[in-house]
Design a protein around this ligand. Structure first.
Ligand SMILES: Cc1cc2nc3c(=O)[nH]c(=O)nc-3n(C[C@H](O)[C@H](O)[C@H](O)COP(=O)(O)OP(=O)(O)OC[C@H]3O[C@@H](n4cnc5c(N)ncnc54)[C@H](O)[C@@H]3O)c2cc1C
Ligand SMILES: *[C@@H]1O[C@H](CO)[C@@H](O)[C@H](O)[C@H]1NC(C)=O
Ligand SMILES: *[C@@H]1O[C@H](CO)[C@@H](O)[C@H](O)[C@H]1NC(C)=O
Length: 512
């Protein structure tokens, strides 16, 4: 028998006592135990908050009132901008084919995926294109083999291995299992190997697996740069997520990814409160049975002024970090900080409707034949941009063909700093419109990792975005949303057998 740590021991003891107690006190306290929460608040209406509303409704049924606070647009980091007659994604853009929650959402909501337009990739080192994908799959494979030996194929196998373990979370959640911390969730999926990945840089992890430095510089860094705006020194877990984001079969939502958020909000029958939450405090009240119950008072400011309301359960679905949210927590012991350590990385997304300067890319190819849609960049001094992509509208019109670079079209530039007029003039021959968004996009990943923020801030107060410190992606927020909803449910009903169970993978193996 494995040695139990004091934490699990006390949980088990609590479970035992809890069961014994409720058995004895049955009539006196049963109604209180069985009672459903009356009011639940969700703070933030991005994919995390709206998915949380959806799963909370699933867990707690029709009786609970769910309020979702959002001062800005529903969607958060999923947002579109209108250029000419069409809309384009400015934030979170692509979804992996094995992101099962996102897939489930669009099926449930009846929103189709966006039509696929084949794309081609090139790599730019600040002076010239060092790699350009061909239309022919076999030529691409041969080129990669020629230059990097089996590194490329091995990378795909490595990512597949991580993905295989990652997929376990869906089965756990299907069976209602939840986890009280990001570390426990990762451990349940991938055992110590995932925790080790969290603690290493992607570079260390891949070098340890025998990948070459040249391959890391030429191929891996451009992928981490386009997906997370950072180098191969991000943690190995988010690195693997990033590399999976270079798989084939990536998809997006017809009409814009943010439609999933408004759809989930509607489907969950929650009320959208257009206000910013300013503070949350805990209030203790005596209950009828003589014991005490606590409520959370959520204070907010909207267009109609300040307001406050009491809730049984609160889910925070926005990063508690400098520049993201400033929520004060009062009356908690131990205290809950407004901001956790670590910062969010800036990625500026600039959408330009214009004509790209082919000589900027150091190529002599005629623009009329340039059909590359993704220009990735290496981590070199000359590169002021992280990527340059030709964008398709969020809804693909009938008969659409992606125009070549000789025509004015919409390009998206990711960079760490805003582009100056001079830089824009260098990159584009002409343009009709420029629209810039400065995102605090995802965490600045600096392993070895300090402890991730907790999912549980207080008895019935939860924090969804803690998961971003493992990796930030739409699916990660959705997984965290389901985890937090399950956690809230099991803790409310004291079903500790569904929280932090060890060895689920072996135990559920026979259940497939
Ligand atoms: C440029 C960019 C590109 C990306 N590309 C991808 C990609 O291709 N694929 C992918 O999967 N992911 C991508 N991501 C990451 C992905 O967008 C995020 O991980 C995800 O959208 C986070 O969702 P969320 O709901 O957890 O947080 P958010 O979307 O940030 O939602 C939080 C919400 O809370 C609100 N809020 C803040 N403070 C308060 C308050 N005090 N009271 C009430 N509400 C408040 C905010 O207004 C916001 O709407 C990208 C992100 C960026 C920025
Ligand atoms: C990660 O690194 C920190 C600090 O170096 C260490 O305290 C922690 O135990 C490590 N965790 C794992 C799972 O390796
Ligand atoms: C295009 O790019 C080249 C190379 O960076 C630069 O010299 C030139 O000024 C740019 N602009 C135009 C309009 O050619």
């Amino acid at each position: 028998m494995p040695i139990m740590n004091p934490h699990t021991l006390s949980l088990r003891a609590l479970l035992f006592l809890g069961l014994w107690h409720s058995g004895r006190r049955s009539l006196a306290s049963a109604p209180e135990l069985q009672e459903q929460p009356r009011k639940i608040a969700v703070v933030g209406a991005g994919i995390g908050g709206t998915a949380a509303a959806f799963y909370l409704r699933q867990e707690f049924g029709a009786g609970a009132k769910i309020d979702v606070y959002e001062p800005g647009d529903v969607g958060g980091r999923l947002a579109t901008v209108k250029i000419g007659d069409h809309e384009y994604e400015m934030g979170g853009a692509v979804i992996h084919p094995l992101n099962l929650h996102m897939k489930h959402f669009i099926e449930k909501l009846g929103i189709p995926p966006r039509k696929d337009v084949p794309s081609k990739m090139a790599i730019f080192d600040g002076k010239e294109l060092t790699y350009e994908e061909s239309d022919w799959f076999i030529i691409n494979v041969l080129r990669m083999l020629w230059r990097y030996g089996f590194n490329f194929l091995r990378m795909q196998m490595w990512v597949e291995g991580v993905l295989d373990k990652f997929m376990r979370i869906y089965q756990y959640q299907q069976y209602g299992y939840s986890f009280s911390s990001v570390e426990r969730l990762l451990h349940a999926m991938g055992g110590d190997s995932f925790l080790t990945l969290m603690n290493q840089t992607l570079e260390e992890a891949m070098m340890g697996e025998g990948f070459s430095q040249v391959f890391l510089n030429d191929i891996v860094a451009p992928i981490t740069r386009v997906n997370y705006g950072q180098s191969v020194r991000i943690n190995g877990f988010v690195g693997a997520v990033s590399l999976a984001g270079a798989d084939s079969g990536l998809w997006a939502v017809d009409g814009g990814n943010k439609r999933v958020c408004s759809g989930l909000l509607y489907n969950s029958k929650s009320e959208l409160i257009p206000a910013r939450v300013t503070s949350i405090s805990v209030k203790v009240r005596p209950s009828k049975s003589g014991s005490t119950t606590s409520f959370y008072e959520v204070n907010s400011v909207g267009e109609s002024g300040a307001a406050h309301a009491l809730y049984d359960i609160v889910v925070i679905a926005t990063p508690l970090h400098q520049g993201k949210s400033d929520i004060t927590f009062s009356g908690f012991s131990p205290p809950i900080p407004s901001h956790y350590p670590g910062r969010y990385h800036q990625t500026v997304s600039t959408l330009v409707h214009g004509m790209v300067n082919m000589s900027y890319l150091g190529t002599t190819a005629p623009a009329s034949e340039f059909t590359v849609s993704e220009v990735l960049t290496t981590d070199s001094k000359g590169c002021i941009i992280n990527s340059l992509s030709s964008l398709d509208p969020v809804h693909i019109p009938k008969g659409y063909k992606r125009p070549p670079a000789s025509q004015g079209k919409v390009w998206k530039v990711f960079s760490q700093q805003p582009l100056s007029q001079e830089q824009l003039r260098d990159m584009f021959l002409s343009w009709d419109s420029v629209s810039e968004t400065r995102w605090l996009a995802y965490p600045s990943y600096r392993p070895p990792h300090r402890k991730t923020p907790p999912f549980i801030l207080h008895n019935r107060l939860y924090y969804l975005n803690a998961v971003e410190w493992a990796a930030s992606a739409m699916e990660m927020s959705a997984i965290s949303a389901r985890n937090v909803a399950l956690l809230a449910h099991h803790r409310w009903h004291q079903q500790v057998g569904k929280i932090d169970q060890e060895d689920l993978h072996t135990r559920l193996r026979g259940e497939l």
